[in-house]
Design a protein around this ligand. Structure first.
Ligand SMILES: Cc1cc2nc3c(=O)[nH]c(=O)nc-3n(C[C@H](O)[C@H](O)[C@H](O)COP(=O)(O)OP(=O)(O)OC[C@H]3O[C@@H](n4cnc5c(N)ncnc54)[C@H](O)[C@@H]3O)c2cc1C
Length: 404
């Protein structure tokens, strides 16, 4: 029997656990800093980092960020990963079937999503339907995807957890890994904030883009010299009775070179729109997210995260906002009310990259120490990354199940 510890019961960690738990010879312990909660309470566990120019968004809870995703599943980096001798096409196909990834039917597109698509078309821009892991039969179009789905319609990693637990894995909650133990370039275990030491034959670190590199540094690995977050803003204007906040978010998207524009609402817009329309409510806003693929210039050190907006980011965001504003006004938004949120980042990636910190089996220079989350992406895709993170982590789970 081999003992495997997975640090982080988030998107990547639970995907590794799910596949690895199919091997009866493995004893899996998942150590998670957050609690176990219902998917619909996901929003209670947002744990943002705002000590930068940019607010970085993550959650600390079993299921990780998967609880609050918009449900967008667009494959990315499939070709780029082949350059590292990694083929995720089988896992992409596996996930499409398991999660039933498809665009929402017309009945679930939403009035404002359709209006924005029509306005974009009038300006010569073609929006596409976003593939989603949302079950239309269960979805009540409440617009609460990013809070945590209250109707059990949206896929989350809790489904992977169920498989892993049914197969005998153990989940420890409210306990954070703080240090990796190594001996002669081999991993030996994990120390936690409760003062516990767990020994293991294999350790998979999957604590997310901002934490995994810090843990790797405790084993002497110089991770975190790169870090991407895909900066975004939500830009919107006054449109009486839009009720876009009751539609499925990001149902339609427009992909331009280096810019992604998708229908999206944010509570941060309301006070700004009330400056021109004091009577406005959250139901009177029409808005887009403008997101740009990030460079790798961020840093994650043991006690510090450094991430800013450089000239190129600012220029791309400005260009995206120009295009988004034109569509919003074409759709009927009051031009004088157009406002933007502050810059945020929700794709915390590439801080322990393939080809840099891990090899093509996601193993580090320390034997039996692997990374199983978004950190391993060699670059920021500028597209929703969860499909690729899940494909890579399922592939890692399958690889470990085969060799252990
Ligand atoms: C609001 C929001 C909406 C999004 N929507 C989409 C979308 O629609 N489509 C898409 O592709 N992407 C989306 N993303 C991005 C996507 O969710 C993330 O990129 C992805 O889930 C990250 O997976 P991960 O495994 O790297 O990290 P996570 O899922 O964040 O998992 C990390 C886990 O580690 C735990 N942890 C942290 N520190 C420790 C520690 N010291 N010890 C033990 N456990 C620890 C955390 O609590 C967490 O459970 C969204 C993100 C956000 C925030």
């Amino acid at each position: 029997m081999k003992d495997v510890i997975i640090i982080g019961a988030g998107t990547g960690g639970l995907s590794v656990a799910r596949e690895l738990s199919k091997n009866d010879n493995v004893n899996i312990t998942i150590i998670e800093k957050g609690p176990l909660a219902d998917a619909e309470d996901g929003y209670k566990f947002y744990d943002p980092w705002d000590k930068n120019e940019m607010e970085l968004i993550k959650t600390t809870v079993v299921g990780g960020s998967s609880l609050v995703i918009a449900g967008n599943f667009i494959p990315s980096l499939v070709g780029e990963l082949k350059e590292y001798d990694i083929d995720i096409e089988p896992q992409i196909a596996q996930l499409k079937e398991e999660l039933n990834i498809q665009p929402m039917p017309e009945s679930h597109t939403g009035k404002i999503n359709n209006l924005l698509e029509k306005a974009a078309k009038e300006l010569g821009l073609e929006m596409s339907p976003t593939p989603k892991a949302i079950n239309p039969q269960k979805c009540k179009q409440c617009g609460r995807c990013a809070w945590g789905c209250p109707h059990g319609a949206k896929w989350s990693s809790l489904e992977d957890l169920k498989v892993a637990l049914d197969n005998g894995a153990t989940l420890l909650t409210n306990e954070a890994a703080i240090k990796l133990i190594t001996e002669e370039d081999k991993v030996k275990g994990v120390v936690t904030d409760k003062g516990n030491t767990y020994t293991a034959d294999v350790v998979v670190v999957a604590a997310g883009g901002m934490i995994t590199p810090k843990l790797l540094r405790t084993a002497g690995i110089k991770a975190g010299e790169t870090f991407a977050v895909d900066p975004f803003v939500t830009i919107g204007g006054y449109y009486k009775g839009a009720c876009q906040d009751h539609e499925i978010q990001m149902n339609k998207y427009l992909k331009l070179p280096h810019i992604l524009i998708a229908s999206h609402t944010s509570q941060y817009l309301l006070p700004k729109i009330q400056e021109t329309h004091p009577d406005a409510t959250a139901d009177d806003i029409i808005s887009f997210m403008v997101k740009v693929p990030d460079n790798l210039k961020g840093k994650v050190y043991a006690n510090e995260v450094v991430k800013g907006i450089d000239f190129d980011d600012a220029s791309l965001i400005a260009r995206g906002c120009g295009i988004a504003s034109a569509i919003l006004v074409q759709a009927g938004a009051d031009i004088e009310s157009i406002s933007s949120t502050h810059v945020r980042g929700a794709h915390l990636l590439s801080s322990a990259r393939i080809g840099d910190i891990v090899d093509n089996n996601l193993e580090t220079e320390i034997k039996n120490l692997y990374v199983g989350d978004g950190c391993v992406l060699p670059e920021a895709p500028g597209l929703p990354p969860i499909y690729t993170i899940l494909a890579l982590s399922r592939r890692l789970g399958q690889h470990l199940a085969e060799i252990l």
